[in-house]
Design a protein around this ligand. Structure first.
Ligand code: DGY
Length: 333
């Protein structure tokens, strides 16, 4: 009787350092090539690292362009993204090459919504400005007219993008007694609308003109690039605040900085930027902006759950099953 050899483990290339627990499982289950130094890799470095790989695990910091995809070996048939947004991957090129792409939806919804609310509170209540003042030693004590901000209770929040994260933001905003409005390509189910007591605006321009707060929660794609253009930002009322925890490129960042500087918009709180980790220099000079370093999903629990999704997607693919979190399903033929 001849012993059957176990099938070789898939070769997996991971572009950034992942949580230890996730890396341990990646090493146990697959022939994994990790990036212990966590230095972001260039397109050429990714191509070289993947020369004999079956699976690539990139993150939002990698630019998986058409050129990169076309230079990947034929055997590489799965890109298992660590993250929910896939705007950094040329999906059309993956489709043409028969490469399946998966992401990590659901597990970072609550964390991203929490951060959105943290920013939604921090900007109008001038929390960062206050923190800077206290640290400077210049604070002279309480006064009835000192560092007055804006209330969020009773105000109108306009959510752009009513997917999982938008809905989680809406639930929290209701808890703060805000009235919830939203713009989404498709109106959400009437049951969801009534649970969230949310008003749908088909016309984004109309919604912008009537809101006190705007939260950007839609994915970045060709339709949403610079969705908040200068022209649209100018529709906002001067007391309005803009919060963005989705992707920087959805807002024209230079125009936003200009309008904030002019006082045409009251404030902004941003977790994402057009050219991360570069920040529009004009934004850095403004006191009415809170700037976070892309922390939406950055909790211990969230990052481990994202890793588990990556593991499940690779495992299913390696076992010839459809991975659960397919963004596109390549025709592996
Ligand atoms: C996401 O999952 O899209 C986060 O922004 C990190 O990539």
């Amino acid at each position: 009787m001849t012993a059957t050899k176990p099938a070789p483990k898939p070769v997996v290339v991971v572009t950034r350092k992942l949580p230890d627990l996730v890396e341990t499982r990646l090493m146990e289950l697959f022939e994994s090539h990790l990036n212990a130094g966590d230095r972001p890799m260039s397109g050429d470095e990714i191509i070289a690292a993947c020369s004999d790989a079956d699976v690539l695990v990139p993150t939002v910091t990698d630019k998986i362009t058409r050129d990169v995809i076309n230079a990947l070996p034929d055997r590489l048939k799965l890109i298992a993204n660590f993250g929910v947004g896939v705007n950094h991957i040329d999906l059309a090129a993956c489709g043409a090459r028969g490469i399946t792409v998966t992401n990590t939806p659901g597990v970072l919804t609550e964390d991203t919504a929490d951060l959105t609310l943290a920013l939604l509170l921090a900007a109008p209540r001038r929390l960062m400005e206050g923190d800077r003042l206290v640290r400077s030693g210049e604070w002279k004590g309480w006064s009835p007219t000192f560092m007055i901000g804006d209330r969020i209770a009773g105000k109108r929040l306009g959510i752009i993008g009513m997917g999982r994260i938008g809905q989680a933001v809406a639930r929290r905003a209701r808890g703060f007694n805000m009235s919830v409005h939203y713009h989404n390509r498709k109106r959400v189910h009437v049951d969801m609308e009534s649970e969230l007591e949310a008003t749908w605006w088909q016309d984004l321009d109309q919604m912008l003109a009537h809101m006190d707060y705007i939260s950007v929660n839609c994915p970045l794609n060709t339709e949403t690039h610079h969705l908040l253009s200068e022209q649209r930002l100018r529709l906002l009322q001067p007391h309005a605040f803009v919060i963005n925890t989705a992707r920087g490129e959805i807002i024209d960042e230079a125009a936003l900085a200009r309008l904030l500087g002019e006082g045409a918009i009251a404030g902004a709180a941003l977790d994402v930027y057009e050219r991360e980790p570069e920040i529009e220099p004009a934004l850095l000079k403004l006191d009415n902006v809170v700037l976070a370093p892309h922390l939406g999903s950055a909790t211990r629990e969230g990052r481990i759950a994202m890793g588990e999704k990556v593991l499940i997607n690779i495992r299913a693919f390696a076992d010839n099953h459809a991975p659960p979190d397919r963004v596109i399903h390549g025709n592996a033929g």
